[in-house]
Design a protein around this ligand. Structure first.
Ligand SMILES: Nc1ncnc2c1ncn2[C@@H]1O[C@H](COP(=O)(O)OP(=O)(O)OP(=O)(O)O)[C@@H](O)[C@H]1O
Ligand SMILES: [Mg+2]
Length: 130
């Protein structure tokens, strides 16, 4: 969560935050940090959007939190109407980003999370130049 909060300071809309990594590697946890760091919601308001799939937070910046775990194939992805997220500059955070197949020329922060031990993770990030 602290890494997410630090990262939030470097995210300027429009930006795609692409999170990949196995089940339980920490995608939602780092998202909590990012969203609280952006000041659009409290950590406890960020949940796994497994059922709603897309959460939109709005304050001074528009933030989407998308979980593509249940998305299989392009048809499912289309049904989320994610294009709307790209109508205006926003921070679009996507869990299971390897399932994201829409074209976008927005800058991207690419973040990969890995299990090291039960309570240890490795987080690898590639951020846009500032
Ligand atoms: N950096 C970390 N260090 C130690 N534990 C972590 C870390 N990040 C997450 N965890 C723990 O791992 C578990 C799973 O975290 P989280 O729900 O964020 O993973 P996820 O990648 O979103 O999972 P899913 O694939 O189900 O969406 C939680 O118990 C969380 O507290
Ligand atoms: Mg998750």
């Amino acid at each position: 969560m602290e890494i997410g909060r630090q990262l939030a300071r470097r995210l300027r809309p429009p930006i795609l935050v692409l999170l990949s990594g196995d089940l339980g590697s920490g995608k939602t946890t780092i998202t909590k940090g990012i969203i609280s760091g952006l000041g659009v919601a409290r950590e406890e308001d960020v949940t796994s959007p497994s059922f709603t799939l897309v959460h939109v937070f709005r304050n001074h910046v528009k933030v989407y939190h998308v979980d593509l775990y249940r998305v299989e194939g392009f048809h499912d992805l289309e049904s989320l109407a994610l294009e709307d997220a790209f109508d205006e500059p926003a921070v679009v955070i996507i869990e299971w980003a390897e399932r994201f197949r829409l074209r976008s020329d927005w800058p991207r922060a690419v973040i990969h999370l890995e299990h090291v031990e039960a309570d240890t993770r490795r987080i690898t990030m590639t951020l846009p130049k500032t």
